[in-house]
Each structure stands twice: as structure tokens, then as C-alpha cells.
Write a protein that binds this ligand. Structure first.
Ligand code: NAD
Ligand SMILES: O=C(O)C(=O)C[C@@H](O)[C@H](O)[C@H](O)COP(=O)(O)O
Ligand code: ZN
Length: 374
């Protein structure tokens, strides 16, 4: 088993376990945190059908009073309505401040359950059991929890760290290929933002990772979590270097908001396009070589992920509207857009001085349209 501590920050340290067989032995991994002998599990309908019964049965067999709350699958559940469903379930179950809830699912469930836990009785503990590649490599670690607002991604949320994270590689076997690719987008992000050696390993081993080869997926998850843990420990609240984890997200979140948060464009796909755009913009601005930008884009495309807005159903997009969405990005300061750009593969940096007019021109070169509604 690989154990990655998330420690050193101004929060209670916790471990991320990466291995097979964690979910089939869930009680022994989490029972030290469940002092009330009671547990509430939140999952979505897909995970309920595939993995929840086994988890519930183990807790019941161990004498835990077990509650399960099932919400609809998909990004639209990261909403006020989804939050109401989950917090209502906490109230109905009579949870108190010593209770601990479990998020069993992808990033939608982790973000939603974590946010509900952060506000219920002003904060109760939660444990992450991420069931997608994306959630294992990224969303289950680091304590960003949120729901979306129609005008911007993750606009309503809180920092609330989990008490433990179980990344069980077995549960990934039921994931659709499209979702594995989405997770891969956040994996390659780590190489692109800060580890060229990892990026080069991914260039060679991407098909192994995507086919969930045991050694390859284990290494990819562990290396990703290790990088995220180090960044989060140094900068939990995104005062500085944590923003690097947002590579591709200023563009990506704007595209997600514009298509209305749903199946048309999944988060990982938006990030893939956003990272390609960040590298193309960096090359255009003379910040990084065209060779590095081309190589980054090629590596993303090689995994089957989109790299251009033209690949999104419902394209084209209105450049002004995309810039308006970017104005709601949490990195924006004093009305100025902030981007994560690159000097090279593995050398991302936060750029606070990017003129909106340049971004507008760049968006036109990317296929966005000038004032569709004029
Ligand atoms: N908090 C963070 O730091 C952070 C980081 C990255 C992404 N996110 C957020 O995470 C969300 C995306 O997460 P996601 O890609 O996991 O999406 P998701 O939670 O919607 O899961 C993707 C799909 O896979 C299904 N699924 C989950 N586990 C499965 C399994 N084992 N087998 C079969 N199907 C399964 C789900 O039902 C869903 O249909 C976005 O809202 C994004 O903003 C948050
Ligand atoms: O953990 C972080 O920090 C990240 O930025 C990880 C991102 O992959 C993730 O999508 C995150 O939710 C984006 O955060 P936001 O603050 O831009 O909403
Ligand atoms: Zn992301």
C-alpha cells in the first residue's frame, strides 16, 4: 500500500491510501474515525448501483447504524438543490458534531458532500472514498469543496479537509472510458505544471494508465496525489503556489459555464482544452517555445482528450461571454484576469498581468466568435 501524508499545513494532517482492496475492507480503514458507531454515506445513482451495497453491508455487519443518501449523477448535482438534499439527509439522520460522513463517488460527490459537511452544525468531519480517476488524483485531496453557480464554477464553497482518503484502484474498473480520460487530464496536468519527468513517463505510458494497468495506474495516482499533497500543505488557501493546480482551469471553467455544466463538456475535457489553450497562449505571448506548446498539446490529444473548442458540441463560442465567465474566476483580482501559463513543460507560473484584450484576440484565433449577439 502507498500512504501519502497530507501534512505540514494549518490543518489536521491526514493520509491518502492508494491500493487495491481498500473498499472491500472499508470498516477497518475508517472505523477509528466513527466514534458514534454510525455512518452516513453519500453517493450518486451510478455508484449506488455499482459499489454502495457492498460498503453498506460491511458497516451493517460491523454493527454500525448505516444511512445512505443517493443523489442524481452528474455535474448538475453540485447545486443548491443537491446541497439541500444532502444536508436534509444529515438532519433526518440526526447526525451530531461527532458524526462523520463518507463521500463515496467522483468529484461531484466529494465536492458536494465535503461542502455539506463543512456547513452542517458549522462543520463535521468527512472521509473521501473517490471512485473516479479524477477524484483519486485530484478532487478528494486538498479540501476544496463547492457547488456551482450558474455564472461560475465552484463559486459557493469552503475549504474543508477530509480526515482520510481511500483511493481504491479496484473500483475504477467499472468506469466508462470517457471518465477515465477525464481523470487523465488532471494527471497530465501535474506533469505539465511541475514535473517534466512525470510528463515524459506519461508520454510513453498513457495507454497503460488509460487501460488501468495495475502498476501504471497506481504510479499515476500516487505521483499525482504526492504532488497535490505537497502543494496543498504549503498553501492550503491558494494564496500563492496552489494556483498552479488551476492550470487550464481559467479557460476550462469558462467553457463549462458557457455550456451549462453537464454532459456536453465534462470537467476533465474542459481542463484538457484549457491546458492546450494555456500552452498555445504562452507560446503566442513568447513565454514558452512553440515546440513545448506543440508537445504538450500532442500529449493531451494522444490520450484521446479534446484540445480545441471546435471539438465541443455547440461550438462556436462568443469571446465576450467567455471573458465574462473568466471574470468570475476565483483567481481574478481587482477585475483583472489571472491565468496559469507556462515557461516550458513542467514550468507553470501564475500570470497576473494578462491584458483582457490579448485574451480576446487569442480567443478569436482559437475559433471563438466576435460578438455573436451584436
Ligand atoms: N475539489 C477539487 O479539488 C476538485 C478537483 C478536480 C475536480 N473537481 C470537481 O470534480 C468534479 C468532476 O469529478 P468527476 O470527473 O469524478 O465527476 P463525477 O463525480 O460526475 O463522476 C463522473 C461519472 O462517473 C460515474 N462514476 C463514478 N464512479 C464510478 C465508478 N467507479 N464506476 C462507474 N461510474 C462511476 C459518476 O456517476 C458520474 O456519472 C467537477 O465538479 C470538478 O469541478 C474538484
Ligand atoms: O485543488 C486545487 O486547488 C485545484 O485547483 C484543483 C482543480 O483541478 C479543481 O478543478 C478545483 O476545484 C478548481 O478550483 P477553483 O478554485 O478554480 O474552483
Ligand atoms: Zn480540475
Amino acid at each position: 500500500m502507498t500512504t501519502i501524508p497530507v501534512a505540514g499545513g494549518a490543518f489536521t494532517p491526514y493520509d491518502v491510501l492508494v491500493d487495491t482492496g481498500l473498499v472491500s475492507d472499508v470498516v477497518s480503514h475508517v472505523s477509528p474515525y466513527l466514534k458514534n458507531k454510525r455512518v452516513l454515506i453519500v453517493c450518486d445513482a451510478n455508484v449506488d448501483a455499482l459499489h454502495a451495497d457492498g460498503v453498506v453491508a460491511q458497516f451493517e455487519a460491523a454493527g454500525f447504524k448505516t444511512f445512505k443518501t443517493v443523489v442524481p449523477a452528474g455535474e448538475q448535482t453540485k447545486s443548491w438543490e443537491g446541497l439541500e438534499t444532502v444536508t436534509d439527509a444529515f438532519v433526518d439522520a440526526g447526525l451530531d458534531r461527532k458524526d462523520v460522513v463518507i463521500a463515496l463517488g467522483g468529484g461531484v460527490i466529494g465536492d458536494l458532500t465535503g461542502f455539506a459537511a463543512s456547513i452542517y452544525m458549522r462543520g463535521i468531519d468527512f472521509i473521501q472514498i473517490p471512485t473516479t480517476v479524477l477524484a483519486q488524483v485530484d478532487s478528494s485531496v486538498g479540501g476544496k469543496t463547492a457547488i456551482d453557480h450558474p455564472r461560475g464554477k465552484n463559486l459557493i464553497g469552503a475549504f474543508h479537509q477530509p480526515r482520510k482518503v481511500l483511493c481504491d484502484l479496484d473500483v475504477l474498473s467499472t468506469l466508462p472510458a470517457r471518465e477515465i480520460k477525464c481523470g487523465y487530464a488532471e494527471v497530465i496536468k501535474y506533469g505539465l505544471l511541475g514535473d517534466k519527468v512525470f510528463f515524459e513517463w506519461l508520454e510513453i505510458n498513457d495507454q497503460k494508465v488509460l487501460s488501468l494497468d495495475t502498476d501504471a495506474i497506481k504510479y499515476a495516482v500516487a505521483r499525482s496525489v504526492e504532488m497535490k499533497a505537497e502543494i496543498v500543505a504549503a498553501d492550503e488557501r491558494e494564496g500563492g503556489k496552489r494556483a498552479l493546480l488551476n492550470l487550464g482551469h481559467t479557460f476550462g471553467h469558462a467553457l463549462e459555464a458557457e455550456v451549462g455544466f453537464g454532459d456536453t463538456l465534462l470537467h476533465g475535457e474542459a481542463v484538457a482544452i484549457g491546458m492546450a489553450m494555456a500552452f498555445r497562449y504562452s507560446a503566442r505571448a513568447g513565454l514558452c517555445s512553440k515546440a513545448d506548446a506543440d508537445r504538450a498539446v500532442a500529449a493531451i490529444a494522444q490520450s484521446g482528450l479534446p484540445t480545441t473548442i471546435a471539438e465541443i458540441r455547440n461550438a462556436p463560442f462568443d469571446a465576450d461571454r467567455l471573458i465574462e465567465h473568466m471574470g468570475h474566476d476565483k483567481k481574478a483580482e481587482g477585475g483583472k484576469l489571472v491565468f496559469v501559463l507556462a515557461r516550458a513543460i513542467g514550468e507553470a507560473f501564475v500570470a497576473k498581468d494578462v491584458p483582457a484584450a490579448d485574451i480576446y484576440d487569442f480567443l478569436l484565433t482559437e475559433g471563438a466568435l466576435a460578438r455573436l449577439d451584436a
